[in-house]
Design a binder for this molecule. Sequence first.
Ligand code: HEC
Ligand code: HEC
Length: 351
Amino acid sequence: MKKTAMLACALPLLAPLALADNLGFDGKIVEPDCDAMGAWFNCRKIGTAPADVRRGYEYIHHTSKTLGPDGNKKYPDGTPYSTTTIACSSCHFTGGHVPFGTPMYQSPAKYAGLPYFRPLNYRRDLEDSILDCFRNCMNADRTPTKTDPVMRDMVAYIRWLSDGVTDPNMQGPGWINLPGNGLPVVDPDVANMSGDPLAGRGLFNAECATCHSKDGPGRGEYRRGENRPRVPALWGKDGYSRGAAFYNSQNLAGYIKEHMPLGDPLTLSAQDALDMAVYINDQPRPAGMADQMFCHTETDGIPGPLRKPASWLVGCTYPSEPFTDQDILYGPGAPSAAWRNAEINRLKGLN
Ligand code: HEC
Ligand code: HEC
């Protein structure tokens, strides 16, 4: 009763009654543990931030209500900024505040220092990394320009977030490995593990489907007019693309183990998380920029396909590589990584 009353309050325009009961889940999100981060990060309230920062937060956290297909912020010709129902913060938890939840507090300093981005071989700045996420994570055909007001506000928000870093040893510019940056490693020996999609399907149905499959496989739960999806889609046209870092099952497994099931983080075994990641990544999803990635020859003469992460089935394939798509998708990754490294050494004349 109490839950229903609270929801009715928060979502006054939504007619259906007893929303909370549909999922047995009242719209919780993954939030940062600000006490644990206190030694190096100051979680400030967004309400106290300047207007552009607050708008940027709205775009990143309440993406559906603002940029989404039913959102209130459109390009001048009326097309939506994002055609999927997921929010940036479906993955960048609480707008990038959460360690190992694809945070963004490191991003301004990192992109001021990174020489280039290996999969696509171009020098990127913070705006480019946002654009790549529009294309690969949100499946956008069209992206804002770097001077678009939405882009400017998102950048203002991410800069404000990074101003929350209080430890002077962790302040930029350049690559500084801030706590919780990068994707969590599911198991130190993950390169020698393989995922079983059939086992993963059973586990997904038992552990995740109550939330993530309510409206159809992987579709998650989304209703028009909500600020953000209560549960994000994991595949299909609203899910992330093959160009997304989550399409690398080792990455996805680490993320799942660290944060899911929602409310019970760090309860899954590494093997179970990997089985589910492989199952999720076996489902249909858009290509995004996948087909253009790792296709160039790098400045040291090494073809990009040799530098792909072992479990990311993306981009061009090196002609003589003896591994099937299934080897890459399900693992183990160690044999292909070793083969690619040996080939790099051979090309460099090292063996
Ligand atoms: C209680 C409901 C619930 C359960 C159970 C649950 N999730 Fe989630 N999941 C969520 C919500 C809500 C989010 C987004 C959180 C946020 O916005 O802060 C999410 C986010 C995710 C994301 C990142 C978002 C994206 O689009 O990729 C992945 C991956 C994910 N869940 C996988 C799983 C897996 C695998 C399981 C089963 C082990 C699972 N979840 C169980 C509710 C749930
Ligand atoms: C499906 C999940 C997902 C969604 C949705 C998503 N992202 Fe990302 N994003 C990622 C992952 C995973 C990375 C790579 C993180 C890494 O390599 O550490 C990333 C990287 C980034 C980076 C670079 C971070 C860094 O420091 O390297 C930025 C900035 C970013 N995303 C912004 C956005 C914005 C803005 C949106 C919404 C328009 C968005 N993302 C939507 C998953 C997502």
